[in-house]
Design a protein around this ligand. Structure first.
Ligand SMILES: *[C@@H]1O[C@H](CO)[C@@H](O)[C@H](O)[C@H]1NC(C)=O
Ligand SMILES: *[C@@H]1O[C@H](CO)[C@@H](O)[C@H](O)[C@H]1NC(C)=O
Length: 539
């Protein structure tokens, strides 16, 4: 801002300044090297107070006043120290001139038309000159890219190097625009947690993944595990109410966005594929920003659209349908998952009921022992008259005895009739015993981004009606061994044309592939993700 003001003023007064420099040159010359040019003079103090206002126009005005005095000569002439200060101020101004963006006469309309023409030389020049791509211009760029890809595919031609260049501008602009609404983010800082040293994860691993009661009882110690990676020391969870704008998750504009996996891009529109990548890349950049992890060291390991249908059962992980997800820790599911995200593509209360995303945290110890009446988490401990402890324990172990002795004791026959409900509430009771449940009610376009460690145990509650769509994405900081790139048919891209080739072959050349072929392609896509999504000079 400061430099911009200076530039504007200086733009008008630059000839005056040059005049001033000339006028000073011959009189000041002899004393330039003199040590008496000290900033500690009284005059300097006054001058400093001017610059302290942070206004370059004041600074400039001061210079011009003194210059006038100097030119008039006579009794009002500048003292040596005044000349020194003037010179100081001049070089300050010259410096800000040097570092200011080059003066330009571009406007938004020119930027828009350069974007539509996919003239990235012109776009880059205008962005460097200080213009910004707003939402409309970014969307125009997006569709220009889509058209260019579709044209190339149709004509079976190579993709223009302008395509990746423009994609990089789009991703930059997206992040700038997200930062403008970043204040809406709800951040909760957490102490990082990891399994206690006493836990042999390898032998317990399966149980800890699939059995939520043993998962929450896992002995933990403070600290970040981040196996083979380089995470930041801080842990947190962040809710972004408008991570994607409404138009960005629109089902008509992006058909199939709800069901996309990188393994099956055949027949999916270019717009949908690019939009999916765009959202995942926005997540990656947000993680880099939020956690201070260098962008190049963050790669997606997994990202797919997932469908939750009321009444269906989970068919294992990886994009299968189901109506809930059991309590787990992402880093426990996969040691390489270091940062996690869920982007929501549908809204609770509109598209489905139930299906909360719930962070399941241990209740503070104090609450457990003093039985704080305000804490809903203490219920499980205090309700000793309802459910026998042995049964709770058995259920917690996953045992469901056929004959449930305490049911005989139920006095009210109606309780027997609604046995299912009773089980549900029992399950809730087991779930919340000694825990604090922090639910998030999914909303289309929102995202939850969090560290993948044991500080962020979570689950997805059963959805009771409708269909819930979400995009889980998991990122790693584990470096890709250079060997892996060397083994690829085409290694790391070395030019924008190479990047364009990778975009085309890893994503947009929609050929039918065998599962083996597509697994290889997706592996390469994820390993080259940064190379595709960031310009060459940042590789
Ligand atoms: C790109 O824009 C610049 C500046 O407007 C223009 O000189 C150049 O001819 C354009 N290039 C193409 C390929 O249209
Ligand atoms: C969370 O931690 C960061 C530093 O890691 C700090 O800047 C921020 O103020 C903290 N936020 C809250 C809500 O405590």
């Amino acid at each position: 801002m400061r430099i911009q003001i200076a530039t504007t003023i200086l733009g008008m007064s630059v000839s005056l300044i040059l005049l001033a420099k000339d006028a000073l040159a011959f009189t000041v010359m002899p004393s330039i090297s003199s040590p008496s040019f000290s900033k500690s003079s009284q005059y300097s103090a006054q001058f400093a107070s001017v610059t302290d206002t942070d206004s370059d126009s004041d600074l400039l005005q001061g210079c011009l006043d003194k210059l006038e005095k100097r030119i008039k000569g006579g009794p009002g002439a500048l003292s040596d120290s005044e000349v020194a200060e003037l010179k100081d101020a001049m070089s300050q101004i010259a410096e800000s001139l040097d570092s200011a963006p080059p003066k330009h006469d571009y406007d938004e309309t020119q930027l828009r038309s350069a974007v539509v023409d996919l003239n990235t030389t012109a776009v880059s020049a205008m962005l460097e000159a200080g213009l910004k791509m707003d939402k409309e211009t970014t969307d125009a760029a997006f569709w220009a890219v889509v058209k260019s890809i579709d044209d190339a595919e149709e004509q079976d031609k190579a993709l223009s190097a302008d395509v990746p260049r423009m994609i990089h501008h789009i991703f930059d602009a997206d992040m700038e625009q997200l930062l403008e609404r970043y204040d809406d983010t709800i951040t909760t800082n957490l102490t990082c947690m990891q399994p206690d040293e006493s836990v042999d994860l390898s032998s317990h691993k399966m149980a800890y993944i699939f059995d939520d009661s043993s998962h929450k009882d896992l002995p933990l110690a403070e600290g970040r595990r981040c196996e083979d990676g380089d995470c930041c020391d801080a842990c947190s969870r962040n809710v972004f109410p408008t991570f994607a704008l409404d138009s960005e998750t629109d089902r008509e504009t992006f058909p199939g966005l709800n069901a996309l996996t990188f393994n099956k891009v055949y027949g999916v529109s270019t717009g949908t594929i690019l939009q999916f990548v765009r959202l995942i890349e926005r997540v990656r950049r947000t993680m880099s920003y939020e956690y201070g992890v260098p962008l190049k060291s963050l790669l997606p390991l997994q990202a797919y659209s997932r469908k939750y249908v009321a009444g269906s059962t989970q068919q294992g992980g990886g994009g299968g349908e189901g109506d809930f997800v059991t309590l787990h820790t992402d880093e426990s599911t996969h040691a390489g998952y270091h940062y996690s995200c869920v982007i929501y593509l549908s809204t609770q209360g509109e598209d489905f009921e139930g299906g909360d995303f719930v962070f399941n945290d241990p209740a503070p110890k104090a609450e457990k022992t003093d039985g704080d009446a305000n804490s809903k988490t203490a219920e499980g401990d205090s309700d000793d008259d309802e459910v026998p402890d042995e049964l709770l324990a058995a259920l917690a172990r996953g045992e469901l005895p056929d004959d449930i002795p305490w049911l005989d004791d139920v006095e009210d026959e109606e309780d027997l009739a609604k046995g299912d409900d009773y089980y549900e509430s029992l399950n809730d009771e087991i779930r919340s015993a000694g825990r604090i449940l922090n639910p998030y009610h999914p909303k289309k376009g929102a995202a939850v981004i969090f560290t993948s460690g044991w500080e962020n145990m979570h689950e997805v509650e059963k959805i009771t009606s409708g269909v819930r769509f979400a995009v889980p994405a998991f990122f790693t900081t584990c470096p890709v061994p250079e060997m892996a790139y060397e083994q690829m048919a085409v290694g790391k891209p070395k030019s924008d044309d190479d990047i364009a080739d990778d975009w085309l072959h890893l994503l947009f050349a929609n050929r039918k592939q065998s599962p083996m072929e597509s697994a290889g392609r997706v592996r390469e896509l994820l390993m080259k993700w940064h190379c595709l999504c960031a310009p060459l000079n940042e590789h």
